[in-house]
Design a protein around this ligand. Structure first.
Ligand code: UDX
Length: 459
């Protein structure tokens, strides 16, 4: 099938590449000339496992093209994906200006029936706005007889496994009430719909809300666990034991119940805010969503609070090693990353930071390169040199079994603040560390000094 994708950001580029990989003929349109040139040369602006080779191979095979020529794009596709950004406005609502600009562009060049597929995460009611925009432009051009449909087809890909998620979706949501459109969408997604029928057809507004509901549900699970972790710390319980205990109930499950330093990234914070804002607009008080967001904001400050408390508020002139800057492993994305809240708080308190991340160094350089109290280090070992303590913010695989003896030689006192519960507290104490983690006794005292705690752990 001939497919056109407007927008070569995260969603558009991955979707375009994956559709080309199964044999569709894909043209990706973007207004950014430099980006288009770079994509043609195989230079991919984001780090995503498997994406670069997939783009290069399909481009070389002539199945994946990049252009700034919107007219050519509209002419090419039997379906037109809109996959451009919906950044939050100052008040938190999703800004539709790019989506509507693409809708107008499609309408300007439309000379036959079209299916317009909305892939961007957009508030409920956006498909109606796209429809109105297309109608308006068609009317202005005297082509109001051309038929079209607007489908909501949200993506559920995760950064770091975007290609795999797109190739093997859990579900394919199709929001439309038009039978012809459903048939075309089934054909488009047939290569991804083989083992069982993953296609769920619904009305367009429900499809739009499904995307928000999914992300808000996942964010709720995380904030819930973070709240339990805070309670566990204060009640002398171990959240990791609690996590195993509750996850065993299949109604709860083990996914997305890891406590930590709060969720970040491009989706959860933005989507929560957008749904809260949309609720406020219709005079509905989304109490639960507001609590989820507020717990998350607070959670992002907990590591700093522990550090500050440990040093009795004397952080001026202290030097900290930070491992992990991206909002989660396998991405270089630092949007809304907990590391940013932490570093900014440390700097405000007069501390210095030596940071390392396996992928996000360029992004950190772009964001904070000129900050006098930040040194970006080439290895995790280099980041430790002459620091007061180590802080772990992102759970990259190669942080899980470091050389603890080496760490001890680099820190002025053997103290680790772990925002991701990577290590076993009792083992850390046995190795001579003061070890702070999330939702577990803080810090765990050496067993000999804490008989009652030790006995509870052992029994
Ligand atoms: C998310 C959704 O998972 C995806 O379906 C949607 O399309 C886009 O938003 P993403 O933002 O890439 O994907 O990251 P995800 O892996 O979901 O993690 C989000 C955040 O939650 C990260 O900051 C992560 O550290 C945090 N998290 C996740 C936890 O703190 N605990 C958990 O148990 C799981």
């Amino acid at each position: 099938m001939n497919v056109t994708v407007f927008g070569t950001g995260y969603v558009g580029l991955v979707q375009g590449a994956v559709l080309a990989e199964v044999g569709h003929q894909v043209v990706c349109v973007d207004v950014d000339e430099l980006k288009v040139k770079q994509l043609e040369q195989g230079i991919i602006p984001i780090y995503e496992p498997g994406l670069t080779s997939m783009v290069k191979e399909n481009h070389a095979a002539g199945r994946l093209e990049f252009t700034t020529d919107a007219a050519r794009g509209v002419k090419h596709g039997q379906v037109q994906f809109i996959a451009v950004g919906t950044p939050p406005d100052e008040d938190g609502s999703a800004d539709l200006k790019y989506v509507l600009a693409v809708a107008a562009t499609i309408a300007e060049h439309m000379d036959r029936e079209q299916i317009i597929i909305n892939k961007s995460t957009v508030p409920v009611g956006s498909a109606d706005k796209v429809r109105a925009e297309v109608k308006k432009v068609l009317k202005e051009r005297g082509r109001h007889e051309i038929g079209f449909d607007v489908v909501s087809n949200p993506e559920f890909l995760k950064e770091g496994s975007a290609v795999a998620d797109c190739q093997r979706p859990d579900r394919i949501i199709i929001g439309t009430e038009c039978d012809d459109t459903i048939e075309v969408m089934r054909e488009l997604y047939a290569p991804f719909n083989r083992n069982r029928d993953k296609i769920i057809v619904m009305d367009v507004r429900s499809a739009e809300l499904t995307k928000y509901a999914a992300n808000c549900m996942l964010a709720t699970k995380i904030s819930f666990m973070n709240e339990m972790a805070n309670l566990a710390e204060r009640l002398g319980a171990d959240i990791e034991a609690v996590r195993l205990g509750i996850g065993a109930d299949p109604r709860i499950g083990y996914h997305f119940i890891y406590p930590g330093v709060g969720y970040g990234g491009s989706c959860f914070p933005k989507d929560l805010q957008a749904l809260i804002h949309a609720s406020d607009n219709i005079d509905f008080d989304a109490k639960l969503l507001k609590a989820v967001e507020s717990r998350n904001k607070e959670q992002k400050t907990t590591l700093f609070q522990k550090i500050s408390q440990h040093f009795n508020g004397q952080l001026e002139g202290k030097n900290f090693a930070i491992w992990g800057l991206s909002f989660k492993p396998n991405t270089d994305d630092m949007r809304d990353a907990p590391s940013r809240v932490l570093m900014e708080a440390l700097w405000t308190a007069g501390a210095k930071v030596q940071a390392y991340d396996p992928e996000a160094m360029e992004e950190a350089q772009r964001l904070y390169g000129s900050h006098e109290h930040l040194s970006l280090c080439g290895t995790k070992e280099a980041a430790l040199k002459n620091t007061n303590a180590l802080i772990i913010v992102t759970e990259w695989q190669n942080f899980r079994a470091p050389d603890f003896e080496f760490i001890k030689t680099q820190l002025s006192e053997p103290t680790i603040f772990d925002g991701r519960n990577l290590y076993e507290p009792r083992r850390m104490v046995a190795k001579g560390f003061t070890y702070y983690s999330v939702g577990r006794a803080n810090p765990v005292l050496p067993l000999s000094l804490s008989p009652s705690y030790a006995s509870t752990v052992i029994s």
